[in-house]
Design a protein around this ligand. Structure first.
Ligand code: CP3
Length: 354
């Protein structure tokens, strides 16, 4: 039913791709593969074009975004591209003073900690991110039948950066607000859900064929707290883009205990890290959803026979799934050998050719 509701702007040439078929739980010619953080510092051609340009500046340069997004597709022959950007780009676009510090991550000049601070989180409109619309238009023309995945940070993960002021190991201030002032917390994640939903809509309207919501750090929560304090906001994001009918992927790290709830939030595809085998993940998620994952990224540092053996384990655990998209359990690491990634794509394609 999803296809009838896609907009005229979405890229019809991509509909028969293995990636979108797997998202829809239809038979595929081979298991599709892409890698979270496939564009970036593991590629010498990326380091070359980024030289002298700050990360956030690069996200606002459509030609550069197009080139960087295409690099891993050309090199590795992955089954999908992911739009080159960052989870904090929509926050920057609405005027939050922030930067991405190399080797650190997003840093917020004035953290959001009080009710008065919420006023700084205004609505996002397409006019705030013209470079996104422009870059995706260029990209879909270049990509042809290869789907483009749009993405955004989920309300919890964005809230953690905003409240802490930067990356955090234990999310102390975030949890202090969540437990200590539940109404302020609910209003904060609701604001972020509005912004995130609007940002994903811009990407779909421009031609993205699927979207992924990254709740990278939500594995820090117990299921009951997730259900009460996070699920309603993430569900609001998924509901906002539901009318487009494009597949919605939901991913977090260390979320073994949350997989069922993350599906319940409204995902069509649930991303799984390497800690839960995919057959067990399928039992936790329940029927009617595809799974994405889940090779431990660190395995790529081992010799090829070990990579292949661990990959075979993932494929065996995925054998009975309704739909499987092969990915790593988290992102590509900067010091990874790009050739190992290219070989991995080939190996999965060969092993799963039907
Ligand atoms: O996947 C892709 O190839 C698309 C690009 C992408 C980036 N960030 C580019 C980037 C995506 C999907 C993201 C999402 C993102 N950003 C997440 C969710 C994914 C995940 O890994 O869990 C998170 C938590 C962030 C926040 C963030 N931005 C971090 C932790 C960092 C790394 C900081 C560092 O230098 O170690 C960034 C910066 C960033 N985002 C880089 C890239 C390529 C590196 C900066 C650079 O190349 O100069």
């Amino acid at each position: 039913t999803g296809q009838q509701t896609t907009t005229a702007t979405s890229n019809d040439a991509t509909q028969d791709s293995a990636f979108l078929k797997a998202c829809r739980r239809e038979p595929v010619p081979h298991t599709p593969v892409w890698f979270m953080r496939q564009a970036g510092r593991s590629l010498p051609e990326y380091l070359k074009v980024r030289e002298g340009i700050a990360m956030l500046d690069s996200c606002m340069m459509p030609e550069l975004v197009t080139e960087i997004t295409l690099q891993p597709v050309r090199r590795h022959k992955v089954d999908a591209a992911i739009y080159f950007s960052d989870i904090v780009v929509p926050l920057k676009a609405i005027g939050i003073d922030l930067d991405i510090k190399p080797g650190v991550g997003p840093v917020i000049a004035e953290p959001i900690r009080t009710r008065a601070d919420l006023a700084r989180l205004r609505d996002l409109t397409p006019e705030d991110v013209p470079y996104v619309t422009e870059a995706i238009g260029m990209l879909t023309a270049e990509l042809g039948a290869t789907p483009l995945i749009g993405f955004a940070g989920a309300p919890f993960t964005l809230a953690s950066y905003l409240v802490e002021g930067g990356p955090s190991r234990n999310h102390e201030r975030t949890k202090a607000m969540m437990y200590g002032d539940p109404q302020l917390w609910a209003d904060l994640v609701d604001r972020l859900a509005e912004i995130t939903g609007a940002f994903l809509k811009v990407q779909i309207e421009a031609g993205a064929s699927a979207v992924q919501l990254f709740d990278s750090w939500v594995g820090a929560l117990a299921p009951a707290d997730y259900r009460r304090a996070v699920l309603p906001a993430s569900a609001k994001v998924f509901d906002a883009v539901a009318p487009y009918g494009v597949p919605r992927i939901h991913f977090g790290v260390g979320t073994g205990e949350l997989l069922g709830l993350m599906g319940e939030a409204g995902a069509d595809v649930v991303g799984v890290d390497w800690r839960v085998p995919l057959d067990e993940a399928a039992r936790r998620v329940g029927p009617g959803k595809a799974l994405q994952g889940n090779l431990d990224p660190a395995v790529l540092f081992a010799p090829t026979p070990a990579v292949e053996a661990k990959t075979r384990e993932v494929l065996d655990a995925a054998a009975g799934l309704e739909g499987h998209i092969f990915n790593l359990g988290h992102g590509v690491m900067p010091n990874m050998d790009p050739d190992a990634l290219t070989r991995l794509v080939q190996y999965v394609h060969e092993q799963t050719a039907r």
